[in-house]
Ligand binder design. Sequence first.
Ligand code: IMP
Length: 409
Amino acid sequence: MHTVFTSLGKGCAVIGAQWGDEGKGKVIDLLAEHFAVIARASGGANAGHTIVVKGVKRVFHLLPSGCLHEGKPVVLGAGMVIHLPTLLEEIAALKEAGIEVVSRMTISSSAHILFDYYKEIDAVLEARRSKVKGEGIGTTKRGIGPAYMEKAARSGIRMEHLADDLRAELTTRAESVQELYGVTIDVEGELSHLREAADVLKGCIGDPPTKIRQAASVLIEGAQGTLLDIDHGTYPYVTSSATTAAGALQGLGLPPSILTSCIGVAKAYCTRVGAGAFLTEAEGETAERLRKRGGEYGATTGRPRRCGWLHVPDLQRAALLNGFTHWNITKLDVLDEEKVIHVGVGIDGAGRPIYQQLPGWRTSTQGITVFDKLPKAAQEFIRFIEEKTSIPATFIGTGPGREEMIVRE
Ligand code: IMP
């Protein structure tokens, strides 16, 4: 076993350094067996991990990707907004594949319920933004913004009330929601989702801080990426939750002292879904090549992702905000055919990116598991990132498969 696994300590967070979709699932999968509990802190079904379950490709939105490790306790933290039918579907899909999750899952009683009608409000708000500003945020339309709006307004409904009779509450809401957004709440539909979910999940509602502190170790699975953080991201083109390591601790109800390591996950290039600035965005053929080689289509929405080059100032900023101790650079092999690798290293007076050009390696790195076996130019590219950020690239992804990963001591 690699000694690096033990050196990560008893509290490790895996956090996206870019705009989400960095490929966090794979390193989580690799690390899961070394930790006692796997916990997701915040966000909702806007996230999407594509995972191969017993040969079948599945996309999970709410369950931590670590839930595939049979018998491993999983936690959904207070910072999450949970769309109940989606969670039930994911539980059922796993069950079909022979993996039981309900008996080992703790859902925070303080997590918020995300109702179907929030999705419709999300769409209305996007249309309004488009009308006023000419473009929306490009949300995933999963109702995330409205769920956190209700939470911040202190009118959200939390998992602790899952089994309550919410008919009167929802009926009262229906009136104002119709008036404010022109959205009709399907009260009967929502009530039936609640009943179904209560039947399945009633035994899961609990207290993550206690559960995690009683365990020997925890792997915290970040959702989205640092640049989408509500406070520190590219506001207003962000999600509505805190996506940093600090946000994950807050979402789970854990003290900072629990973290013994924090792995920053960044693609060897960069992608973004939705609107907002993307300084090193590539155009034309280059963007298309990266998109094709990287399979850059949204796991949640299927939208083609905007593609471009790595931007070192973003990595430095993410490292500063999160206190990364290690990098996981993912999808190195996607750059295999590039003649020249562009890396954004700064911004000129006119706000344009300053690029450094590094030589490409033009040979396959797919499946390489030993750093010294990488072509020299690929090693140089990795060292360049390490030097610019002063953080070791301990994990380097070289392909989609589970084993296609370099782990350095
Ligand atoms: P929302 O989280 O659905 O409100 O979307 C807000 C912004 O965050 C949009 O640009 C989305 O594309 C982006 N976003 C939200 N979740 C993810 C994710 O898991 N990966 C990548 N982008 C995301």
